[in-house]
Design a protein. Sequence first.
Length: 330
Amino acid sequence: MPLGKRINLSVKEAASQRDKDILTHTSPDSVKVGNNDGNTVFTLFQSAEPQCSFNDIILNSDTYDAIQDVLTLYEKRELIFDKWGLKNTHKNQNRAGINLYGPSGTGKSVTAHAIAAQVGRKILTVDYSQIESKYVGETSKNLATLFEYAKESKSIIFFDEADALLSRRVNNMSNSTDVSVNQTRSVLLMLINEFDDLILFASNFITNYDPAFMRRILAHIKFELPDEISRFKLWRMYIPETMPTNVDIRALAAKYNGVSGADISNAVLNASLRAARLEQATVRHTYFEEAIEMIIHSKDDNDELGTFASRRTVSEDYVKTQFKGELTKR
């Protein structure tokens, strides 16, 4: 499902002169940048309603509990800081920054939407390409505009692929680009410090974060690849009730570990395509196995150091012992 809306510059529009670019419109839903002639060039930032809730996604219980612990800070701030007195011992820490990190396809982006839905707020999804500028200093101005807009619209800021912005600063600066990178990081640190609201981050590469950002984010929540129980729930969620199939979901969940929710979603679609192309009346169990194995093999080929995904063959007797003899789809 689409998790954000970004309108990019065309080649012709991107060639417009910098001094012609002005802020032309700010509304509760978007910030637009245009030219002096009044023609809109592109939407710089745009908030949107969350696309899902926690009822729509599958998370490991430890991950879910960790998220709810942090949201308690946001939802019970008066109790924690006023009545329990943490305002005296934890000054300037009454704000929630949550960093969601882990392998791709594990649900970090959809979880950001679920968090926004739980607190009843719109979400402002932003990645580096939206605020980056080839002009020195402009990226920092775009960041300032972002935070101001989030404050005015009461939107939750969500930095997707956050390592691009939160990466380590350059120690030995040798050119103007290095200076600009460090300037951007410093401005972002200042804005985060002054922003008294919830900020979400997501990344596959937490090792790229600058330590200064690590200290300023309240909680770093790791997203693991789904365990067997979660894989069963994911297979069941992505295979529609109306699909004609003889699939054994419990067997799939037991046999293929190390796959993500995105992998399972893609496997269900690919199995359906196979059955439709062959004009089969049933989406056979073997089609699901072939589809997920193709995904696993592609990950093997893509990862020079090995893969998180693995396969193991299990007997029917083993599956029965794990699920009390039940081998039904649902």
